[in-house]
Design a protein around this ligand. Structure first.
Ligand SMILES: C[C@@](CO)(OP(=O)(O)O)[C@H](O)COP(=O)(O)OP(=O)(O)OC[C@H]1O[C@@H](n2ccc(N)nc2=O)[C@H](O)[C@@H]1O
Ligand SMILES: Nc1ncnc2c1ncn2[C@@H]1O[C@H](COP(=O)(O)OP(=O)(O)O)[C@@H](O)[C@H]1O
Length: 296
């Protein structure tokens, strides 16, 4: 099961609600960086996680705290069955990077285990279970490009007819999402209840023009994240100097994203950034959400 990373092309954040979550108006896009979640029949429950050398293995919990364990327990409880499977997660999405890798794994686990256990859970139920696991998880099921509202869990697809090219620079050190939201509250104590709307961004997507999209990208968590990690501002500047149309943080960061004019331009920007950064990836969006790949 391939599970894509997400980026937020627009991330409008409002003042915290009584439950502590922030109201969002966001435009998610699924991009072509994937974790692989494989499930096999097994009498008990096992979970293995593998990472490439540039991801810190210790950053991903392998005990019951992994979001894949939570997804399995939730799906099993919903149907009153036992959670039994051998699950492997091969990570390639930066961890704690603002690209929702954990959410992608959770969405993939829901779909894969639903098949393995022959549960035929209706899509609406899967979306509800996904929302219980995390605000970003319903989008990971959907993929493509979607408007997210509520705390990010209410998702509806939006038109996005072009292919956009992105350069991705992961950070060696992760950034905690709750810490960035807390910094947002400290820096914007008078934030309006209503988050900034996504109208300009949605129009930019329909234009198909990367320069128009570059002008419309918006991330209310970038200020707070840069306040916590001022070093990232230099990375954003480097990418823009190397020819990117625009640099921005992915969600709550610290992964830096660069929009390029074309696939060739993205490779050029990536080449320039590779002189200073160990890992530089080129990807594109939108791509499909968590889906099944059958081997053999
Ligand atoms: C910021 C975003 C942007 O898409 O993603 P990342 O950049 O982390 O990937 C999301 O809002 C992250 O979603 P996700 O990581 O699923 O969050 P959850 O597990 O639901 O919540 C983790 C914590 O983040 C804060 N949180 C999350 C969502 C929201 N609308 N308001 C919040 O204040 C809360 O402190 C919450 O306890
Ligand atoms: N399968 C998983 N993959 C990555 N992180 C996980 C997973 N399960 C639990 N986690 C925990 O969730 C945190 C946030 O993970 P992640 O989804 O990668 O980041 P973000 O919320 O920034 O998009 C990690 O720091 C890690 O402790």
């Amino acid at each position: 099961m391939r599970a894509p990373a997400k980026i937020n092309l627009h991330l409008g954040v409002g003042a915290p609600r009584p439950d502590g979550f922030h109201p969002l108006v966001t435009v998610y896009q699924a991009v072509g960086l994937y974790d692989d979640v494989t499930v096999e029949p097994s009498p008990g429950w096992t979970l293995g996680v593998s990472v490439p050398e540039w991801i810190d293995a210790d950053a991903v919990p392998v005990t019951g705290a992994n979001i894949v364990d939570r997804a399995a327990r939730l799906l099993a409880a919903h149907h009153g069955v036992e959670a039994h499977a051998g699950v492997s997660v091969a990570k390639a999405i930066p961890v704690a990077g603002g690209m929702a890798g954990g959410s992608a794994d959770a969405a993939a686990a829901l779909v894969a285990l639903d098949r393995l256990w022959e549960l035929q859970t209706p899509d609406d139920d899967l979306l509800r279970l996904a929302a219980e696991l995390g605000s970003d998880v319903p989008f990971a099921l959907l993929g493509g490009t979607a408007l997210g509202t509520g705390r990010g869990e209410l998702v509806e697809p939006v038109p996005d007819p072009a292919t956009w090219w992105w350069v991705v620079v992961p950070s060696t050190e992760g950034l905690s999402t709750p810490a960035v939201y807390r910094r947002f509250d400290e820096l914007a104590p008078d934030a309006p209840d209503e988050p900034a709307g996504a109208g300009t961004l949605l129009q930019a997507l329909e234009s198909g023009d990367p320069e128009v999209l570059a002008g419309a990208l918006h991330n209310d968590l970038e200020g707070p994240a840069l306040d916590l990690r001022p070093d990232l501002a230099d990375v954003l500047e480097e990418g823009e100097e190397a020819g990117a149309l625009r640099g921005m943080l992915s969600g709550s960061g610290p992964t830096c994203l660069f929009l390029a004019e074309s696939a060739d331009a993205a490779r050029e920007v990536a080449g320039a950034l590779a002189a200073r950064h160990e890992v530089v990836l080129v990807t594109h969006g939108p791509v499909a959400g968590a889906h099944v790949v059958t081997y053999g």
